[in-house]
Write a protein that binds this ligand. Structure first.
Ligand code: CTP
Length: 397
């Protein structure tokens, strides 16, 4: 955050007063804060408040002749390390999505080449209107980030979604975004995530309790560090930014997607919980019940093993979910699947694993060494696994 240039765009909503707290936090953290306000924002809070907090001139319109020449929209767009729009009204989101530039803030958004972060604030009905949702999707597709609004009492008296995230939450998001290491630039990564679903008939399937959160955390963390990420997923979580998601259903689908991607990647991280068995006969329609039923199952392809056999220089990271004999089984899997590293999970612990936000793992390396990753949010665990994998990628090149 220190010495970073942050353009804080304030648009016309009652949450504009919270942007003052954000400006103050950014300034205290050592950032150069450049506040730009729309005409409507100035109705809610005065530029003087922001000028005092940021110790910088506040920009309120494109044609102001009082501002020194260097602070026009293009030079600020070039100078900014990050642009944050807080609060972001439906109007500014609509303008940004459609390339409309009719005041300083919208012009800056069009000229900015750095990361742009929106903290939406509006009435619930407006937030859920398809026009606003589509505009947000369009911007997210171009790499903009959205800090979700919260549910609560709104200024209009309604209770629902649309209250701007608290300044502390916005600040910590910006802090993370600005401090992200870019040590994976140019590295191509294949991540698998989630469960697979093995069809019994058109309405029933066999699956497992994997939520996909660990795999998504890995994909997101790798993308933030500059990697080019393909995520083959059996889960239905929202796609992380800048990640190419290939949705799959069965183990066979996942096998095919992975084998196709393999020649183009440098690192494979197989966090998916792949079904080991699939029904031998998949029925069409809905099976009618009768007496007791024995389902005949056949083995699915072991994707990790197949990658281990076919890899040509790629670093291969496997996962092991074990209820007992963690070390023995993890080491056996490194050998039998030709892995460089295995991240082993003790699924008998109730505080980690399936569906949880946190995880704790032991990493075992092909050279016999090991490393403990103590209990931490899945995103932090993901970053630690990637750092170990990156050390192996760098060694190989
Ligand atoms: N895996 C895979 N294809 C399968 C089964 C598992 O690619 N058909 C991968 C998983 O993505 C994971 C690793 O193998 O990275 C270990 O999965 P796990 O379920 O712990 O072990 P299995 O290899 O299935 O062995 P076992 O069930 O005997 O523990």
């Amino acid at each position: 955050m220190k010495n970073k240039h942050i353009a804080l765009c304030v648009t016309g909503g009652i949450a504009a007063y919270k942007a003052a707290a954000l400006a103050s936090m950014l300034k205290k953290a050592g950032a150069h804060v450049h506040v730009c306000m729309t005409k409507n924002a100035c109705e809610f809070i005065t530029p003087l408040t922001f000028e005092t907090l940021s110790a910088n001139r506040v920009i309120t319109d494109t044609f102001s002749r009082e501002a020194p020449y260097e602070v026009d929209h293009v030079s600020l767009a070039k100078q900014a390390d990050l642009v944050v729009v807080a609060p972001a009204t439906a109007n500014i989101i609509g303008k940004a999505a459609n390339g409309i530039a009719d005041d300083f803030v919208s012009t800056l958004l069009l000229a900015a080449r750095c990361k742009v972060v929106f903290a939406p604030a509006m009435n619930t009905a407006m937030l859920h209107h398809p026009a606003v949702q589509e505009n947000m999707q369009t911007l997210a597709g171009r790499g903009c980030a959205f800090i979700s609004s919260q549910a609560g009492m709104l200024a209009c008296g309604d209770v629902g979604d649309g209250r701007m995230a608290e300044p502390e939450e916005i600040f910590s998001y910006l802090d993370r975004a600005l401090s992200a290491k870019k040590d994976m630039q140019g590295v191509r990564v294949l991540v698998t995530a989630g469960p697979t679903r093995e069809k019994i008939d058109d309405v029933r399937y066999l699956t497992n309790r994997s939520s996909g959160k660990m795999g998504y955390a890995l994909a997101e963390a790798a993308a933030e560090r500059g990697a080019q990420v393909t995520l083959v997923s059996g889960a239905s979580l929202p796609a992380p930014e800048h990640v190419q998601v290939i949705p799959v259903v069965s183990a066979q689908d996942m096998y095919e997607a992975c084998m196709q991607a393999l020649p183009q990647v440098d690192l494979v991280v197989k966090a998916a919980a792949v079904a080991d068995y699939t029904p031998k006969h998949k029925l069409s329609g809905k099976m009618k019940k009768g007496g007791d039923l024995a389902l005949e199952l056949v083995r699915t392809p072991d994707i990790l093993k197949a990658i281990g056999q076919q890899k040509q220089g790629q670093v291969l990271v496997g996962f092991a979910a074990e209820a007992a004999d963690l070390e023995k089984n993890a080491l056996a899997k490194i050998k039998s699947k030709n892995l460089d590293l295995i991240a082993a999970n003790d699924i008998s612990r109730s505080d980690i694993g399936f569906g949880s936000e946190n995880n704790a793992m032991t990493l075992y390396f092909a050279d016999g060494s090991r490393k403990e990753l103590p209990l931490a949010p899945k995103k932090e665990i993901a970053d630690l696994i990637l750092s170990e994998a990156m050390a192996l990628v760098q060694k190989r090149h």
